[in-house]
Design a protein around this ligand. Structure first.
Ligand code: PXG
Length: 402
């Protein structure tokens, strides 16, 4: 079989047997290490997507693989009917890293967001005193928080939302970054304000300076919970544990996922105030796998990597370099660059090529990256990326948009 034939035969099988809910780039990956991946034909690429930030520490980081292996050899699952010797340590270590008081463990990002919504509503009824079924949660336009029926109820992305009704009520959408609109939307029934600190899927949108400080002040004044969805933005992606740290603001609850599982297994969590998470009593919420020993062991190793600050520093320094280089392309096929740390939303000049064309050209030059919303590329290399590799990718992008 020809080289190209191998790739094609895998893709043909995917298309015949797999549901068509994605449109992947035509590359079939079979091995990876650090920032580099290899396809079934032996071609090497630099991963500039990192599983949408699930691979912040690169592919198969030795400390994470070792933790998973060691746990595999000892204990994998207990269910939460019994205690296990990893759960409490994981919660303690994650709370210490994040400066929070309590941890609710789940599996996927969407489940963490669902859990935060449930906790906020329960808190509104049982603590704030909101009337039966009247709790409201304020969310932002162009949000992305996952794919469950409740979460897509407040998505304004037609592809994510349409034809999945009837939808869950109780959400009010305001323009992202518009503090006056948030203020106008808050009322006596507001349980929470739920937002991404930097909107990832919308194209790496950074809100105006002072927006989240204003949201915090409003939440304090009106007895409303502030929930920061850090599933994509958190865990060193922007140079800090939480992207919200840049605003010098603390949320009441944070959702974490993606990188919390080190790119090995799905691990998510809601972390925050003990008096808020404390509304959950036995039997009122849970999950078979949430907080299972494998998840906790890998999560502990992730927390261990973050506790040295090395990855946060890499993201700050190399992210500064990435943005400097990308900004040099503005006006040369690139219209705008946004983001923070090793995370960039790059708008391709409408007169140049489409996002898909640019992604394909990058692939041909050995860089894997993916477009969002037609003309935006998001770049999120693993935090183990080097300066030379950033140069390689930005040079390839300059070539691709030309
Ligand atoms: N919150 C944010 C900010 C996200 O970016 C989620 C929640 C949901 O996480 P889970 O683990 O349930 O996917 C995300 C997810 C996709 C896709 O294929 C999802 C994300 C990014 C790119 C693609 O659904 N982010």
């Amino acid at each position: 079989m020809t080289e190209q034939g191998r790739t094609t035969s895998f893709i043909t099988r995917d298309e015949k047997w797999g549901a068509h809910n994605y449109h992947p780039l035509p590359v079939v990956i079979s091995e990876a290490e650090g920032a580099s991946v290899t396809d079934v034909d032996g071609n090497q690429y630099l991963d500039f997507l990192s599983g949408y930030s699930a691979l912040n520490f690169g592919h198969r980081h030795p400390a994470l693989v070792a933790a998973a292996r060691e746990q595999l050899d000892r204990l994998t699952l207990t269910s939460r009917a019994f205690h296990n010797d990893q759960f409490g340590l994981f919660c303690e270590e994650l709370a210490e890293l994040t400066g929070t008081e309590m941890v609710l463990t789940m599996n996927t990002g969407a489940e963490a967001v669902e859990s935060a919504i449930k906790v906020a509503r329960k808190w509104a009824y049982e603590v704030k005193g909101v009337g039966f079924d009247a709790a409201e949660i304020i969310v932002a336009s162009n949000n992305f928080h996952g794919r469950t029926t409740t979460i897509v109820s407040f998505s304004d992305d037609a592809a994510a939302h349409d034809n999945y009704g009837p939808f869950t009520p109780g959400f009010i959408t305001v323009p992202f970054g518009d503090l006056d609109a948030v203020r106008a939307a808050v009322g006596p029934n507001t349980a929470a304000i739920l937002m991404e600190p930097i909107q990832g899927e919308a194209g790496v949108i950074v809100p105006p300076a002072g927006f989240f400080a204003g949201v915090r002040a409003l939440c304090d004044e009106q007895n409303v919970l502030m929930i920061s969805d850090e599933i994509q933005s958190g865990l060193a992606r922007t140079g800090t544990v939480f992207a919200l740290d840049h605003d010098e603001v603390r949320a009441d609850l944070y959702t974490l996922g993606k990188a919390l599982g080190g790119g090995i297994i799905p691990v998510s969590a809601v972390v925050g105030r003990a008096d808020v998470l404390g509304v959950l009593k036995p039997g009122q919420h849970g999950s078979t796998f949430g907080g299972y020993p494998m998840a906790c062991a890998v999560g502990r190793a992730v927390v261990g990597l973050l506790s040295t600050g090395e990855f946060q520093q890499r993201s700050t320094e190399l992210g500064g370099y990435l943005h400097e280089r990308l900004n040099g392309l503005v006006g040369k096929g690139i219209a705008e660059v946004r983001g923070r740390g090793l995370w960039a939303g790059v708008d391709i000049d409408p007169a140049a090529r489409t996002g898909r064309e640019v992604s394909m050209s990058l692939r041909d030059q050995g860089i894997l990256c993916k477009e969002t919303h037609q003309r935006t590329l998001r770049m999120a290399p693993p935090l183990v990326i080097t300066r030379d590799e950033i140069d390689h990718a930005v040079d390839a992008l300059a070539e691709a948009v030309n």
